[in-house]
Design a protein around this ligand. Structure first.
Ligand code: SF4
Ligand code: SF4
Length: 379
């Protein structure tokens, strides 16, 4: 069974969402630099992590506004979202030094926008020789199309951002990965193998085979940081699902709450069964108060027909989960016969998606993996 792509919004141009009155920035692990009542300007630094070696994270306000609440994990701001303009100038990404690119990236608070949200300036420090930078455009989860639209509408910014990343790590080659056909191709290891024919061993990284993989919107954020001195305060997401009347690809300030997005996009609460941020395979359940982060690729409002019901019926040994697993594992049986195979699982969720018995395979694997690791530690 193939996982349906459901790329309904592939041809929907990016629209700027109506301004939210307030946003909530997640600052976990960072120290707030503002207090309640402070007036902040768009782009100003709101929170910063301690600097440990090269590691540093910074978070900026998308708003000109006023801080209404500060906790150890969040900062709330009310205000106006300025018209951040994309420059029409066509800059050339040549002659800029690697150190300057990394520094701009660090100052702009750029993190991996594919979901991992690790500080990108760390990835731009070449610890080993890198010959190729690969921009990941796979968006392999059903529904998500925002990266595709960004590439379609801002190709020059992607090209420049890619050249900047190549300069930073000293790579000679840069490539926007072609669209690939199956769900798991978006995983870095598989992407590198399918695109460049280089095998990345289990528990190793693409950089171990000379390849740096970056998310497409991360590359665009790098362009903004270097050429426009713009910190990372907004991103494009896909809003979709049958409980949404105006689905599409939307530019939103980071920190916008899901409730505002649903309201703008015509949410039909009566038929909405589940709200998800991210994609249906790897995303998380959300509610109206969940804020968008730099790593959020979508907001989905699914009906009961679209929602996978995890019921845990008995396994009928159909083998569909085996066919779906990119690693050739037997997902439905791994929890019963714990082995090192458990450690290879990348928790992509493909097996659970296709299981006709609606078994909670990923949860079972995770439980078995933890038990296996504990047992191995105690030996
Ligand atoms: S066993 Fe793991 S890697 Fe294989 S399909 Fe299931 S979740 Fe993905
Ligand atoms: S776990 Fe599900 S998909 Fe896998 S063999 Fe059993 S019924 Fe089929």
């Amino acid at each position: 069974m193939k996982i349906p792509k459901l790329k309904n919004q592939l041809h929907s141009p990016i629209q700027r969402i109506r301004l939210p009155d307030s946003i909530q920035l997640q600052i976990n692990g960072c120290i707030p630099l503002v207090i309640t009542g402070d007036v902040v300007a768009a782009g100003s630094l709101i929170a910063k992590s301690a600097t440990v070696g090269n590691i540093e994270r910074s978070i900026h306000s998308p708003f000109n506004g006023r801080v209404t609440s500060v906790s150890h994990s969040t900062v709330d701001i009310e205000g106006d979202w300025p018209n951040a303009q994309t420059s029409a100038a066509h800059y050339e990404a040549t002659g800029i030094e690697a150190d300057k690119i990394r520094e701009s990236c660090r100052m702009a608070g750029i993190v991996g926008m594919g979901g991992a949200m690790t500080p990108t300036h760390l990835k731009l420090i070449p610890h080993r020789p890198i010959d190729t930078v690969l921009v990941n455009i796979c968006e392999s989860e059903p529904f998500l199309t925002c990266d595709h639209r960004v590439l379609e509408e801002y190709p020059h910014e992607i090209e420049c951002g890619l050249k900047l990343a190549m300069t930073a790590v000293g790579a000679e080659n840069g490539l926007v990965a072609p669209k690939i056909n199956n769900y798991t191709s978006g995983y870095e290891r598989f992407l590198v193998e399918e695109t460049l024919g280089r095998k990345v061993p289990v528990n190793r990284r693409p950089t171990d085979v000379g390849v740096l993989v970056l998310n497409l919107q991360t590359v665009r954020a790098l362009y903004h940081a270097v050429f426009e001195q713009r910190p990372l305060t907004e991103r494009v997401i896909t809003v979709d699902g049958d409980a949404i009347k105006r689905p599409g690809n939307y530019l939103v300030p980071i920190g916008t709450k899901v409730g505002h997005i649903l309201e703008c996009c015509g949410w039909d609460e009566n038929i909405s069964k589940q709200i998800i941020i991210g994609g249906p395979m790897m995303g998380d359940s959300a509610d109206k108060n969940t804020p968008i982060t730099a790593g959020t690729g979508g907001v989905l409002a699914l009906t009961s027909e679209q929602t996978a019901k995890v019921k845990d019926n008995p396994c009928i040994r159909c083998g569909l989960c085996m066919d779906a697993c990119p690693l050739g594992l037997w997902p439905g049986q791994m929890d019963r016969n714990p082995s090192a195979d458990l450690l290879a699982c990348i928790t992509c969720g493909a097996c659970q998606f296709v299981c006709p018995a609606q078994r909670p395979i990923v949860k079972n694997i995770q439980k078995a993996k933890n038990a296996y690791l504990q047992k191995s530690d105690s030996l």
